[in-house]
Design a protein around this ligand. Sequence first.
Ligand SMILES: Cc1cc2nc3c(=O)[nH]c(=O)nc-3n(C[C@H](O)[C@H](O)[C@H](O)COP(=O)(O)OP(=O)(O)OC[C@H]3O[C@@H](n4cnc5c(N)ncnc54)[C@H](O)[C@@H]3O)c2cc1C
Length: 460
Amino acid sequence: MASGRRLDVLVCGAGVAGMTAALALARLGHTVTLIERDTAVRPARLDEAGGWRRTGVAHLHQPHAFLARIHAELRAVLPDTLDALRAAGAVEVPLPDGTRSLRCRRSTLEWVLRRDVETQPGIELRAGTVQRVETRRGTAVGVHLAEGGLRPADLVIDAGGRRSRLTTGARDAEGFDEPANEVYVSRRYRLLPGRQFTAVNRWVVGVEEADGYALLVFPQDAGTFTVAFVHLPGDRALAGLRRAPVFESAARIMSLGAAWTDPNFAEPISGVTAMSGLRNMFRPLDPAVPVGLHALGDTVCTTNPHFGRGSSLAVAHAFRLVEAVAEDPGDPAAWRDRVDAWVRGELRSWFDDARQLDRARAAAWWAAVDGGAQAIPSMSPPSPASLPRFVLLAAAGVDPTVATAALRHMQMTDPPEALDAVEPRVTDLITQGWRPSRSPGVPTRAELVETISAVSVPVR
Ligand SMILES: Cc1cc2nc3c(=O)[nH]c(=O)nc-3n(C[C@H](O)[C@H](O)[C@H](O)COP(=O)(O)OP(=O)(O)OC[C@H]3O[C@@H](n4cnc5c(N)ncnc54)[C@H](O)[C@@H]3O)c2cc1C
């Protein structure tokens, strides 16, 4: 390929990764065919997006927090998309370090991206299912569609999400794929006229956590918000939360839940939906795959959604590929090397971090489910190198320097290893007697189970 050539790009999957990659590549002057298997067209009006039925994205209506990282990535590469999101009612939340996060429904983000894709010169959005990649002499040259026909391309991108099978056979043998320790049970609400959102304790979301479960509140756009209980998969005593009367009663025993689900404050606008089967998965492409073939977003990496990282990572991943292409459109081997370095560097670090946080929390939660003692470990003299990251993050409440580092970590503003710089401070705190602890006053899991049982079993 001659440098400066206009590429024919084929993107499989019009999710967050596929649409942001398509938009940014089209704006570099490349011709993009974006193929989406899900035939549900974009609702004509934004206010209908909350009911958009996307079978290809089962989590479209699950609550999403959009971190400072996705805001920064969009501002740098697709600033007009960010403007369009603001115009669509997404709220920018200023954070104490000067960065901003975004509050909106995932369906609002998808609706705005889809409209941009539909109107962007250089992008053809087609309904179809990408079935197989065609290669010739170590180079991807196009894809076969399930409907028949070969679509030639210079660059093939698998952005088909966590269930994509397009590049399954092209994965590095050294991947990870294990269950994430969380089930989401959520319900959407709308503020009553005249009501305003109140502040939430974690900037983008409100969190009330006990050992064994947590309640989260996600303020969104258009006066909507979502309340979610999260618990361990297999914690059958909490399965009753899926029933609306149980969900409502359980929310009312939490101070956060009681305030946000108060019938004088908001009304439910959905049933209760549950999402399980979540995974921590890291499956980079084998470096020996044909050049010109890339996989992005959830296709390569999924982490426990509790940390709200998936969309930020998907967009960052898409833009690292776009930057590599922009650097030299004629050198697909260089695209592969640059993107691979990011995947095995930063993306892998975020995956490891999320996996470690997930495991530590699950261990504490399982101890509570099993009727164990205080699950947050008491720490005998710590060695700075061995402090788990959840302990560093817990110290945010007692030290302003740690608080800033924790904020920038949880919003994915700094690279994951930047948090390690506060270890000596946290070690000092531990030496002085500080220990991580849960917020007081949150009902225990046993109290939640009692509430669930009281609603589930009718009193005669
Ligand atoms: C319960 C839950 C909560 C979450 N919460 C958050 C959060 O708070 N914050 C956050 O940032 N992230 C969150 N995430 C993660 C986030 O939603 C994902 O990381 C994000 O959707 C990844 O985008 P993607 O484009 O890679 O894949 P997807 O959004 O899954 O898009 C893939 C697209 O490809 C299409 N497709 C698949 N195969 C084919 C094919 N063969 N041919 C054509 N089209 C195909 C699908 O129909 C779909 O449209 C959450 C995830 C879950 C499950």
